[in-house]
Design a binder for this molecule. Structure first.
Ligand code: HEM
Length: 481
């Protein structure tokens, strides 16, 4: 029963103080002392941390069946309708049903193709908004977030949720993004009550209270949408959007219990709107920031798109397979800036052995995807932004980022891999390609590309500490805008 090595725990709180303000960074530096498979004790909970590709593969491939559940946590309890959602559902028939319904109507190849025009329309709205602002500074992350949220809303609800379609800033959109970011910040807090049961009722960090308040705001937003939808769809012919399909599911189509309760429907919408908006928009924001720091790479990406698409129209999703350099830029962005640096936690259903070490039943597994993708034993000059490492002749020409090659797993891996990977990847590629092709980017006066701030903020998702603020300068034929 030899546990993996790790730092010595303090009484009661264990290794919680070791996590510091940015746990993915602290855990990466601890792994440099203790190795890629580490054991920590957070309060009374055993936690194991995987920080190399081969250790992650041991957990998420060889032993994936033992790690298909997520550990109990206050976010699932207070925000995600007490585990009635997809992200935190216990592995079993209800998880399978929620995942199947989402895959079929949102993420399958057919669903993605059916809704391609909606994503492209929303991206065109964003381009229009950026063009109108071309002599002034824009907060790129904010506008990207409006775009990803509206694109998702049109597929899920059949309509935008924010703005008048001009792509400009709507105070409601700001509030919604803040709510999503707050979910990620709260879900990223290592809440004492989750690890020291005796302290749970005192809610010392105030996390549970904030979660309950935030849940109430989301619930009222989602409850209104659901009621409105039910009223509008009464007697009218079947609508094509995801929510209408969820509402009209019938009982037990295939013996797995096909009908969803109102709570399950709201919980699923909550999952998609939180997991599927800021993850994609902030990845694009990081990518554009890297390209601004690397003008030669930006020029090369623009040249590729110009030669495939020309300068008389915007990029479409159908162009993406013909843009290998752009795809390499996106891979490199996901490598250095994975949206969820510690993935989402998993839990050992049974005790098991990994690399000769004992992993106790009930242990929480954290996979440090951020550290894995910067591992100097696997990547040459890991901190450099070098997309050509993914191209023929580079160090990792054939690697994909879809959970098969453990050196870079921004979407996780195994049975509980990101449900929205296909959509997230497409949206990030389309947005990055469009922003690169349609604009040159100017920095505010006094800022220079090499010195652009690249600090990370705290949270379950990787936000920029300083938002990217830029002057967009159109570079295509004027009729395109
Ligand atoms: C940049 C894009 C995205 C990234 C990097 C990302 C990353 C992740 C990661 C790391 C996980 C945990 C996987 C694991 O446990 O192994 C996850 C789960 C999940 N993601 Fe994403 N995600 C992205 C976009 C999306 C989108 C667009 C949606 C939906 C609209 C979505 C919905 C989900 C859901 C529902 C789960 C839970 C799956 C389950 O527990 O079965 N994600 N995502």
């Amino acid at each position: 029963h030899r546990l993996p090595p790790g730092p010595r725990p303090w009484p009661i709180v264990g290794n919680l103080p070791h996590l510091g303000p940015k746990p993915h960074q602290s855990l990466a530096s601890l792994a440099r002392s203790y190795g890629p498979l580490m054991h920590l004790r957070l309060g009374s909970v055993d936690v194991v941390v995987a920080a190399s590709a081969s250790v992650a593969a041991q957990f998420l491939k060889t032993n994936d069946a033992n790690f298909v559940n997520r550990p109990p946590n206050s976010g699932a309890k207070y925000i995600a309708y007490n585990y009635q959602d997809l992200v935190f559902a216990p592995y079993g028939p209800r998880w399978r049903l929620l995942r199947k319904v989402s895959s079929l109507h949102l993420f399958s190849g057919k669903a993605l193709d059916d809704f391609r025009h909606l994503r492209q329309e929303e991206v065109a709205v964003l381009v229009h908004a950026l063009t109108s602002a071309s002599n002034s500074l824009v907060n790129l992350g904010q506008l990207l977030n409006v775009c990803t949220t509206n694109a998702l809303a049109r597929v899920m609800l059949g309509k935008r949720v924010f703005g008048d379609g001009s792509g400009g800033v709507d105070p409601k959109a700001d509030e919604f993004k803040d709510m999503v970011v707050e979910v990620m910040v709260l879900a990223g807090v290592f809440n004492l009550g989750d690890f020291v049961p005796a302290l749970e009722r005192f809610d010392l960090q105030g996390v549970a209270t904030k979660m309950k308040n935030l849940h109430a705001r989301f619930d009222s937003f989602l409850g209104n949408i659901l009621e409105e939808h039910k009223m509008n769809s009464d007697g009218v012919k079947q609508q094509n959007d995801f929510l209408s399909k969820l509402i009209s599911l019938k009982d037990d189509v295939d013996g797995e219990g096909g009908k969803l309760t109102d709570i399950e429907i709201k919980a699923l919408l909550l999952n998609m709107f939180t997991a599927g908006t800021d993850t994609s928009s902030s990845t694009v924001e990081w990518g554009i920031a890297e390209l601004i720091r690397h003008p030669k790479i930006l020029a090369q990406a623009q040249q590729e798109i110009d030669s495939v698409v020309g300068r008389d129209r915007l990029v479409t999703e159908l162009d993406l397979p013909n843009l290998p350099f752009l795809q390499a830029v996106v891979k490199e962005t996901f490598r250095l800036h994975p949206s969820t640096p510690l993935s989402l936690p998993r839990m050992a259903s049974q005790s098991c052995e990994i690399n000769g070490y004992y992993i106790p039943k009930g242990s929480t597994l954290l996979v440090n995807v951020w550290a894995i993708a910067r591992d100097p034993n696997v990547w040459a000059e890991p901190l450099e932004f070098r997309p050509d490492r993914f191209l023929p002749g580079g160090e990792k020409p054939n690697i994909d980022i879809k959970g098969n090659d453990f050196e870079v797993i921004p979407f996780g891996a195994g049975r509980r891999i990101c449900a929205g990977m296909s959509l997230g990847l497409r949206m990030v590629q389309l947005l990055t390609a469009t922003l690169v092709h349609a604009f040159d980017w100017g920095l505010p006066e006094g800022q220079i590309p090499e010195k652009l701030q690249m600090e990370e903020a705290y949270g379950l998702t990787l936000q920029r500490a300083v938002p990217l603020v830029l002057y967009p300068q159109p570079r295509l034929s004027s009729h395109v805008y």
